[in-house]
Structures are given as structure tokens and as C-alpha cells.
Design a protein around this ligand. Structure first.
Ligand code: ACO
Ligand code: ZN
Length: 166
């Protein structure tokens, strides 16, 4: 008999999901945040704060913020950049495409809803799982941030240009 596919859904996160999101963040990443920061991102950028759910259980999340930047070359103009702040899948559900799906949906929202011209993120230079995934989706390293993490590890800043529809 064929193994049944995992029946998860990708949805916008709700306030009720935040306890589980915070738990996953604590379990999977050394970069943790106060609860108000999760609440702020959910309130401010709800379309790009997504969870993967199995029934009512949250098994992965991605949360983002939109940043304004000024381009100083002529003609000077403003752009919006999508910043992937934090992203994780519970260990027992990895390598099933859930991370890819979360990332793709978040990128779509950053492009179509928040009109970002690109997406960027920081990742530990030792985090080859995540780096592989980002590369697979077309991200490339735009800079190295030396000593970015509290323990002194360097970060790659990786970014992806988004096609505008104009
Ligand atoms: N080894 C090598 N490559 C890997 C691995 C691994 N263990 N895991 C994922 N990848 C790469 C592969 O290319 C994989 O494609 P494949 O399975 O066809 O070979 C591709 O990523 C996609 O994998 P998914 O199944 O879509 O990703 P997954 O659901 O496993 O989630 C994630 C990936 C989120 C990085 C997960 O490993 C995780 O939660 N890690 C711990 C938290 C973390 O590091 N988050 C990112 C930090 S950076 C930030 O938050 C901005
Ligand atoms: Zn960041």
C-alpha cells in the first residue's frame, strides 16, 4: 500500500496559533523573540505570516516584515523589500516539501500584496539545509555579515529579486 501523503495546509496565522509558533521557534532556532514581536508581525503583515497545519497542530511557520528603502541612483525613488524574519518546520515533519511551500507562499504575498521588489533574509553560514532550500528557490548570497549572531557566527544575507508584473 502506498504511504498516504501528509495532509497539511498552509494558512495565514491567527492569534490562536501564536503559542504554537513561539514553541516551534524556541525548539528549532537559537534566535528567539518576545511575544509582542510575533504579535506585531502578525498584526502588521498578516498576509506573509503563515503556518503549516496538520488538523489544528502547527508544524511550521514563516513570518516576515516589509522594509522601506531609498534608492539613491537617479531618479531617486522608494522601494519595498520583503524581509523573512524567521522560518522553521518541526524536525519530525522536515524534508517533505513543507518549508518550500511556506517560503513560496510567503514570497507570493510579499510580491503581490505588499509590492516588494525583492526578498532577503539572514542565515547562519553553517545552516546548509536552509541555504540549500533558499538556493533552490533562486536566492543568492548578497553579502556576508560578520559576527551577526550572538555566538559570533557569520550570516549570509541572501536575496531574491521578484518579477514585477509591469
Ligand atoms: N540536508 C540537505 N538539504 C536539505 C535538508 C537537509 N537536511 N533539508 C532541506 N534541504 C534542502 C533540500 O534541497 C530540499 O530539497 P529535497 O528534499 O528535494 O532535496 C529543500 O531544502 C527543500 O526541503 P523542504 O522539505 O521543503 O524543507 P523542510 O520542510 O525540511 O524545511 C527548514 C527546511 C525550514 C530549513 C528546516 O530544515 C528547519 O526548520 N530548520 C531549522 C530552522 C532553520 O534553520 N530555519 C531557517 C533559519 S534562517 C531564517 O529563519 C531567515
Ligand atoms: Zn533578518
Amino acid at each position: 500500500m502506498a504511504k498516504p501523503e501528509l495532509e497539511y495546509r498552509i494558512e495565514r496565522a491567527t492569534k490562536e496559533d501564536l503559542d504554537q509558533v513561539i514553541n516551534i521557534n524556541l525548539r528549532t532556532l537559537p534566535e528567539n523573540y518576545p511575544r509582542f514581536f510575533f504579535e506585531y508581525l502578525l498584526e502588521r503583515y498578516p498576509e506573509s505570516f503563515l503556518v503549516a497545519k496538520l488538523d489544528n497542530k502547527v508544524i511550521g511557520y514563516i513570518m516576515c516584515r516589509v522594509e522601506d528603502a531609498i534608492i539613491l541612483s537617479f531618479p531617486i525613488h522608494r522601494i519595498k523589500r520583503g524581509h523573512i524574519v524567521s522560518f522553521a518546520v518541526l524536525p519530525e515533519y522536515r524534508r517533505k516539501g513543507i518549508g518550500t511551500q511556506l517560503l513560496k507562499e510567503a514570497i507570493k504575498a510579499l510580491r503581490d500584496v505588499y509590492h516588494c521588489v525583492d526578498v532577503f533574509l539572514e542565515v547562519r553560514i553553517s545552516n546548509s539545509e536552509a541555504i540549500n532550500l533558499y538556493r533552490k528557490l533562486g536566492f543568492s548570497v548578497s553579502q556576508i555579515k560578520r559576527g551577526y549572531y550572538k555566538d559570533g557566527e557569520d550570516a549570509y544575507e541572501m536575496s531574491l529579486k521578484l518579477n514585477s508584473t509591469e
